[in-house]
Write a protein that binds this ligand. Structure first.
Ligand SMILES: Cc1ncnc2c1ncn2[C@@H]1O[C@H](/C=C/CNC(=O)c2cc(-c3ccc(F)cc3)cc(O)c2O)C[C@H]1O
Ligand SMILES: [Mg+2]
Length: 221
């Protein structure tokens, strides 16, 4: 049977990227998506914003929802020290298999914990499974209608602390309107929008950075 797009993306990494060099893995994926086949990686333009938010947060614990091919896992972990706890969740076993190999090619397999399963099932188990109390940084890049239920779930499970940062991809395209309304109206978050473009295109998109302010009540009227 034909290979899948993620498998062809992995092939491009194996051929064009230098083993153990995360920047060459990122460049190989961006080149493949710009010149061969579009794929839903956060990409280089929004990736640069992701990099800056990660660096200013300098998190010790990181959670990513929606690994896909591992592009953002490599982007995030290439910036952080080996002691950082990085957990990424992926429900599709075929995508997870590709992501493991992309992450391995980057030489980051010892820093990344890829867990297969659905975020709603796994988030409540994070504390027990990994001994993690709270996440300093969370990257949302999974199904867009899961953004709102999952940020509520993270709050309910006590996995956000004062100062925790949640960065969400695609808040304009494909869009996450209910999620945006929630984080922008909640007194428990301080949010700001980073205007950018849909990966590898000129279509408008952006990232929303929401900082958790602590356990407060009430909704902004
Ligand atoms: C709930 C849950 N738990 C664990 N993994 C989950 C999950 N929901 C999705 N996932 C995994 O994340 C990945 C899914 C990501 C969803 N991302 C998207 O749908 C997505 C779509 C576009 C896009 C924009 C314009 C267009 F014309 C076409 C597409 C661009 C992007 O950057 C995206 O992230 C793969 C999936 O298995
Ligand atoms: Mg995305």
């Amino acid at each position: 049977t034909r290979t899948s797009r993620p498998q062809r993306l992995l092939q491009a990494v194996c051929i064009n990227a230098v083993r153990g060099n995360p920047d060459s893995v990122i460049a190989a994926i961006d080149h493949f998506c710009q010149n061969q086949e579009w794929a839903m990686n956060v990409g280089d333009e929004k990736g640069a914003i992701l990099d800056s938010v990660v660096m200013e947060t300098s998190p010790s614990t990181v959670l990513e929802l929606g690994t896909y091919c591992g592009y953002s896992a490599v982007r995030i972990m290439r910036l952080l020290p080996p002691a950082t706890r990085f957990i990424t969740l992926e429900m599709n076993p075929d995508y997870a298999a590709v992501a493991r190999q992309v992450i391995q090619h980057a030489g980051l397999q010892d820093k990344v914990c890829l867990v297969e399963g659905k975020s709603a099932d796994l988030i409540p188990k994070m504390a027990d499974m990994f001994g993690i109390r709270t996440f300093d940084f969370v990257f949302f890049d999974h199904w867009k209608d899961c953004y709102l239920p999952d940020i509520r779930l993270l709050e309910d499970c006590g996995l956000l602390d004062q100062g925790s940062v949640v960065l969400a991809d695609n808040v304009l395209c494909p869009g996450a309107p209910e999620y945006l309304d929630y984080v922008r109206s909640s007194l428990r978050f301080s949010s700001r929008f980073y205007r950018s473009h849909l990966e590898y295109t000129r279509v408008l998109d952006g990232l929303e950075r929401s900082e958790y302010l602590g356990h407060r009540d009430a909704q902004r009227d």
